[in-house]
Design a protein around this ligand. Structure first.
Ligand code: GDP
Length: 172
């Protein structure tokens, strides 16, 4: 078993404002959904244990506290990140286009080998502006894992972090 007592894997959430980053963290950690979540509620860094087979993986999940709105994420935010969850809103095509910029930003400022999961959130909504096949193609081309989720209903939220934890343990 891997002993991570002193060094949980740092995971950063990235993506445009309002795509649901804080809501995904809240769903993962407390299995809750709150409409109009205050930035201060989500904006934080949370330790979460993920169980994989016989092992327990500790993730230290960093959320942006809304600074992405002002394009002011500091290098410290990216530093040492072993994994990243890049989120877009499936009802907002621009947020998908911007996800590509966030990936570049991570590559420039983060660790060269950080693992990335691309997440299309809000699949509970009727309006679909980004086809899953389009996003899947983009993910395949860039070697990313891809999930569509809903922080509202909880669908596939755990899978994001489980898949990341497995990647970090080299179990995928
Ligand atoms: P952030 O700025 O990326 O952290 O986004 P938030 O988590 O604050 O969410 C922005 C808004 O989208 C809030 O009003 C949330 O309630 C809503 N939201 C987040 N996730 C979902 C989802 O999966 N489905 C729906 N319908 N709304 C969501």
């Amino acid at each position: 078993m891997i002993d991570q007592t002193n060094s949980p894997f740092k995971i950063v959430l990235l993506g445009d404002s309002s795509v649901g980053k804080s809501s995904l963290v809240l769903r993962l950690c407390q299995d809750k959904f709150v409409e109009n979540l205050e930035p201060t509620i989500g904006g934080s860094c949370i330790i979460q244990n993920i169980e994989i087979e016989e092992s327990e993986v500790k993730l230290k999940i960093w959320d942006t506290a809304g600074q992405e709105r002002f394009h002011s994420l500091t290098p410290l935010y990216y530093r040492g990140a072993k994994g990243a969850v890049i989120v877009y809103d499936i009802s907002n095509f621009e947020s998908f286009e911007r996800a590509k910029d966030w990936i570049l930003e991570l590559r420039e400022n983060g660790e060269s080998d950080s693992k990335i999961v691309l997440v299309g959130n809000k699949i509970d909504l009727e309006t679909k502006a980004v086809e899953d096949t389009t996003a899947q193609k983009f993910a395949d081309k860039n070697g990313l894992l891809f999930f569509e989720t809903s922080a509202k209903t909880g669908e596939f939220v755990n899978q994001i972090f489980l898949a990341l934890a497995k990647l970090l343990l080299g179990k995928n």
